[in-house]
Design a protein around this ligand. Sequence first.
Ligand SMILES: Cc1cc2nc3c(=O)[nH]c(=O)nc-3n(C[C@H](O)[C@H](O)[C@H](O)COP(=O)(O)O)c2cc1C
Length: 172
Amino acid sequence: MEDEKNCTRHGREITDIDRAFDVQVRGVAVITTSLGQKLNGMSAAWISRVSEQPFLAMVSVWKKNFSHQLISQSRIYAINYLKEGQQKLAIHFGRQSGRDVDKLKNVPYFTDKTGAPILCDCLAYLDCKVVAELDAGDHTIFLGEVLSGKVIGEGHGLQYRLSDYIEVDSGS
Ligand SMILES: Cc1cc2nc3c(=O)[nH]c(=O)nc-3n(C[C@H](O)[C@H](O)[C@H](O)COP(=O)(O)O)c2cc1C
């Protein structure tokens, strides 16, 4: 989420604390939701399983993202784990806002229990309903109960690497 000037996308200088956080191996997913006819998805790396039983997941969403507004109201989201080689899709969902473009326009999807779009071309998905949210600085953590989930692709998960996302301004 940083650029080559050693600043975050939001203009803050990258510190040793950022670098320490970034040694953690993290997968990349697209977090999708739907509110009425409005569908959207955003890339995310700050996601995790947080309970053995019941099945609970969390995603940390920047408060200014369009997805934040939608998930706050819809109370549903799906975690779509990407596969190795899907960096372009991560950039498509992670470098432009659903306020400006319909990011799902040419992306095939289906729905499961919650109605959040599930990307046909992903490694695995978790379909969640929001059961709690926690104010987390400039982000909100949405805790989701997993209502269904499945591995639908083959291969390995896409890992977050800063070098995959530098020198990218917008779009895919
Ligand atoms: C690889 C990658 C990981 C990202 N991880 C997160 C994340 O965990 N949380 C977040 O709020 N934004 C994250 N972003 C940024 C959002 O995907 C980005 O701001 C997106 O354009 C928001 O779209 P929206 O306005 O349609 O919701 C990430 C972007 C990329 C490319």
